[in-house]
Each structure stands twice: as C-alpha cells, then as structure tokens.
Unconditional design. Structure first.
Length: 125
C-alpha cells in the first residue's frame, strides 16, 4: 500500500514538472530604455547597487540593438585602462571613478536622446 502511495505521488510530481517544462517560458532579461536610463542616473548619483549594474553589463540585450550599443559603451568605460570601476565601492557607494562618471553622463545623454527620438516617432503613427 505504501508503495502505491509513493508511486502515485511521485508520478504526479513528475507530470507536474514535465508540464512546467513544456508550457513554461525561460526567464529573459528585457529591460526598457527608461529603466536603463534610470539605472545610469542612479549609478551617476551613487544610488545603484553593484548587482544591478553588473547584471546590466553582463547580459546582452538582443531585443533592442541600440540599447545594447549603450551597454557596450558602458563596458568600454571599464575597458579603458585609466578610468572605470573602482575596485570596491567608493565614497557614498560610488561604483565608477570621476572620469568614468563623466563618460557615463555622456552615455546617459545619448540614451535620453534615443528615448526622445523614439517617443517622437511613435507620435507620428
């Protein structure tokens, strides 16, 4: 009798897991441009967490190529030998050094223009 109960419960669990794999969707990273702009502002104001910043930098953004170019530009800040990320969080939780912050502000302005241009094109249709 115990064998039958264990078998039925195991069978139900296996069916449930199988259905979850068949009908479930894999998790995806699809940030909006406004979310990334807010992240860049937060980083420049030393309000962003290191985890959020590293998540943005580490995952390609396939659904929005211009946004992925912004991500690549942020990565280029880190590749420059003289500027980039601090080895540890700096004063007031800063992630980037002074020169990195200046470059990040330029990238933020470019993203802001991209968002404005996108809003303008949506109004035409």
């Amino acid at each position: 009798m115990e064998f039958l109960i264990v078998f039925v419960v195991s069978f139900i669990v296996l069916i449930a897991v199988s259905l979850a794999f068949v009908f479930g969707k894999p998790p995806t990273y699809r940030p909006a441009r406004s979310e990334i702009l807010q992240l860049l502002v937060d980083v420049s104001e030393s309000n962003a967490s290191m985890e959020r910043w590293e998540l943005f930098l580490s995952l390609p953004i396939a659904h929005d190529p211009p946004l992925d170019e912004i991500r690549q530009a942020c990565l280029d800040i880190l590749d420059d030998s003289n500027i980039g990320m601090l080895k540890h969080e700096g004063i007031n939780g800063a992630i980037l050094d002074r020169e990195g912050m200046l470059k990040l502000r330029e990238i933020s302005a470019r993203l802001h223009q991209l968002i404005k241009a996108d809003e303008g094109s949506k109004r035409l249709f």
